[in-house]
Structures are given as structure tokens and as C-alpha cells.
Design a protein around this ligand. Structure first.
Ligand SMILES: *[C@@H]1O[C@H](CO)[C@@H](O)[C@H](O)[C@H]1NC(C)=O
Ligand SMILES: *[C@@H]1O[C@H](CO)[C@@H](O)[C@H](O)[C@H]1NC(C)=O
Ligand SMILES: *[C@@H]1O[C@H](CO)[C@@H](O)[C@H](O)[C@H]1NC(C)=O
Ligand SMILES: *[C@@H]1O[C@H](CO)[C@@H](O)[C@H](O)[C@H]1NC(C)=O
Length: 332
């Protein structure tokens, strides 16, 4: 029943994406390309993603190419805010807003993004188990095989933010479609690390070194004082690791979609308001509740915000909240 319900909503979302594509290329050629062109590529994905995406298509009754498109989409249109903070007892807290659907059809009547609206009902919290024991927990979307937000209880927490950059952009994704397949999808790497890394250091190492299809930011938190960092990646290499440093007063690291050593784009500055809010809260009073307040401050909360996830890795607690941003509210 649940699968039927979610797949019904998934078809609704895919229809919106197809309508948008048809509006750009009215002949319907793009949609034809999705149905015929993307489906054969599923087999080229690494295990376990290939089988899973095939399985999602079979169970939901949605054409394989469309499920593949849905799985590629997140690699392209996600903007976010992620942070790791250490409270005064040395406990690490990790949280993120996932903002999705930029440029994907603004609805002037409802003041909302069409895709973002369709996506909210697909948000699910998942518990990945092996031999009946939790390996990791995540916030995901029904029908989506990669991971953008997750936690390995008692070990580490991890979120991925998109990095828009000219030294990489989406060339890697096109190369992959054309047959050059030595890089890894960013959300697949996130999931692999959550599934298979067994410590904060091992996770950090894999996230810093694995070759990828596009640049990204990985925000990683551990369980010991000082274990928290933002890893800035190009496709090929690690450009920077920005770590917590309590001696220097850096009790949190916060990442949106810009390199931390550069100014954010003035049209999209969610970083300054979020940091101002964190500074005002102070380390003395930081908790999941006060972090939720920070992530609810406009424009950190905006019309693209789909969910807020709060993670306490020591307690093994992961909570997600569906978000709406009442008017007046920034489109992004
Ligand atoms: C997992 O739990 C279910 C339900 O409690 C049980 O039926 C099953 O045998 C368990 N499987 C393993 C591998 O322990
Ligand atoms: C984790 O490692 C196992 C064993 O090497 C592998 O079969 C599996 O595909 C890996 N998981 C992911 C998500 O890459
Ligand atoms: C927040 O505090 C840090 C550390 O004191 C400081 O470097 C940063 O500029 C402050 N940011 C804002 C936006 O107030
Ligand atoms: C600490 O956070 C709580 C919850 O948001 C708030 O009610 C309280 O005023 C804050 N205390 C200080 C000292 O900022």
C-alpha cells in the first residue's frame, strides 16, 4: 500500500519534470530521449545502485528511464545549508536544510516551485539494516537510491551540498552518459561511505580521495570533541578541509553552496544570516532545538526548502521535518 501510494506521487513528480522539459523543447524530443536513452545506462551503474533502480522501476511501474532521470536530478538542482556544531559538553550535533528545485517552474499563483511542492510528499526517513541491525539511517526520497543526508549511529554523520564550479560543473555527468565512467556519482559516494566506512577518519579519507563526476561539499561530523569538518572537493581532488577548532573559537562549521574562503554570491547569501544566528545563539545554548531555530530563519529557510534534518550521532537520533515557508519568503 505504502509503495503504491508513494509511486503514485512519484509519477506526479515525474510528470511535472516532463512538462517542464517539454516547455523548453516543445517537440517532445527530450522526453523521448529520457525514455529511450537513459534506460540502457542503468546497467552501467555500480552495484548495488543498478539493481536497486531497476527494482524501483519494476515495483512502481514507472519507466526505467524516468526513474533514472529522477535519480540524476538531485545531482543537479540541490542547494542547501549544512552545519556541524559542538555543544559545551563536547557533544556533536549535525543538521541540514535541503533546498531543492531551483529554476524548476515557479508557480506565480501559489508563490511556490512546482518540483519542490511535488517532492515534499516523497520525503522518507530510512533505516538501512543488515542482519536486523541498523547500519545507518538517512533522510531520503522514495524512489531515490543515492543519499544526501545520513548518520551511522555512534560513529559519524554526513551530508552533501552541491558545489557550483567552473572547474568541473556537470562535464563529468555528460562524460558519464557518453561512456567515460571512472568517476563516482556524488550521492552514491555519500551512501557508500555511510554503508561501508567504519570510522570518522575512514569516512573523511574516502570523501577526500574518491574521484567524482562533479564537485561537492561534504559535511562530516564525528563523536569526539573536534570531529567536524567541511570537505571542499573538485572532481579529481580535495581542495580544502575546514575543521572545528575550539582553541580558535570555531565551535561550528557551516556550509551553503560557496567555498568558505570566498564571499557567497550576493544574490544567494544564506551563509551570513545563518552564521549571525549561530553566533547569537552561542555555544552555551546550542542544541537540536536552537539549531532548528537557526535553520528556520529566512532566507536560510526559503521556498525551496523541502526538509530539515537534525542528527544527534551519539544518541543515534535522526529527525526530519517537512518545511513550508509562509509568505513573505525568498524564492531561494
Ligand atoms: C529479522 O527479524 C525478523 C522479525 O523480527 C525475523 O523474522 C527474522 O528472522 C530476522 N532475521 C535475521 C537474519 O535475524
Ligand atoms: C559496501 O561494500 C560491499 C562489500 O564490498 C559492497 O558489496 C557494497 O556494494 C558496498 N555498498 C555500496 C553502497 O557501495
Ligand atoms: C561569527 O563568529 C565567528 C567567530 O567569532 C566570526 O569569525 C564570524 O565572522 C561571525 N559571523 C557573523 C556573520 O557574525
Ligand atoms: C536558549 O534557547 C532557548 C530555546 O530556543 C531560548 O528560549 C532561550 O532564551 C535561550 N537562552 C539564551 C541565554 O539565549
Amino acid at each position: 500500500k505504502c509503495i503504491f501510494f508513494k509511486s503514485f506521487q512519484l509519477s506526479g513528480l515525474i510528470q511535472v519534470i516532463k512538462d517542464l522539459a517539454n516547455a523548453f523543447i516543445p517537440s517532445g524530443k527530450l522526453v523521448e530521449l529520457v525514455d529511450k536513452g537513459l534506460a540502457p545506462l542503468v546497467k552501467t551503474l555500480p552495484s548495488p545502485f543498478s539493481d536497486e533502480i531497476q527494482g524501483i522501476a519494476d515495483v512502481s511501474g514507472t519507466p526505467l528511464g524516468e526513474i533514472m532521470l529522477f535519480n540524476i536530478f538531485y545531482e543537479v538542482f540541490t542547494v542547501c545549508t549544512s552545519l556541524v556544531a559542538e555543544d559545551k559538553t563536547g557533544k556533536l550535533l549535525h543538521a541540514r536544510n535541503l533546498d531543492f528545485g531551483l529554476f524548476l517552474g515557479w508557480d506565480t499563483h501559489d508563490h511556490s516551485w512546482k518540483v519542490t511542492e511535488k517532492l515534499r510528499p516523497l520525503v522518507v526517513n530510512l533505516d538501512f539494516q543488515k542482519n536486523n541491525k541498523t547500519v545507518f539511517k538517512s533522510t531520503g526520497f522514495a524512489g531515490y537510491a543515492g543519499t544526501l543526508t545520513g548518520m551511522k549511529p555512534g560513529i559519524f554523520s554526513l551530508t552533501m551540498n552541491e558545489r557550483f564550479s567552473i572547474d568541473g560543473g556537470y562535464i563529468g555527468i555528460f562524460e558519464w552518459i557518453l561512456g567515460l565512467r571512472d568517476g563516482m556519482w556524488m550521492s552514491f559516494l555519500t551512501r557508500s561511505v555511510l554503508e561501508n566506512a567504519t570510522s570518522y577518519d575512514e569516512a573523511k579519507n574516502q570523501l577526500a580521495k574518491t574521484k567524482m563526476l562533479a564537485p561537492a561539499y561534504f559535511i562530516l561530523g564525528g563523536v569526539k570533541s573536534g570531529e567536524g569538518c567541511v570537505i571542499t572537493r573538485s572532481r579529481e581532488s580535495c581542495l580544502d578541509i575546514w575543521e572545528l577548532n575550539l582553541k580558535e573559537g570555531r565551535w561550528y562549521v557551516l556550509e551553503t553552496n560557496y567555498d568558505h574562503w570566498k564571499e557567497p554570491l550576493f544574490l544567494d547569501n544564506r551563509r551570513t544570516p545563518a552564521m549571525k544566528c549561530m553566533n547569537k545563539t552561542t555555544q552555551m545554548n546550542i542544541s537540536l532545538a536552537t539549531i532548528y531555530d537557526v535553520l528556520s530563519t529566512k532566507p536560510v529557510l526559503n521556498k525551496l526548502t523541502t526538509y530539515t534534518t537534525l542528527m544527534d550521532v551519539v544518541e543515534g537520533k535522526l529527525e526530519a521535518y517537512l518545511r513550508e515557508c509562509p509568505d513573505p519568503c525568498m524564492p531561494w
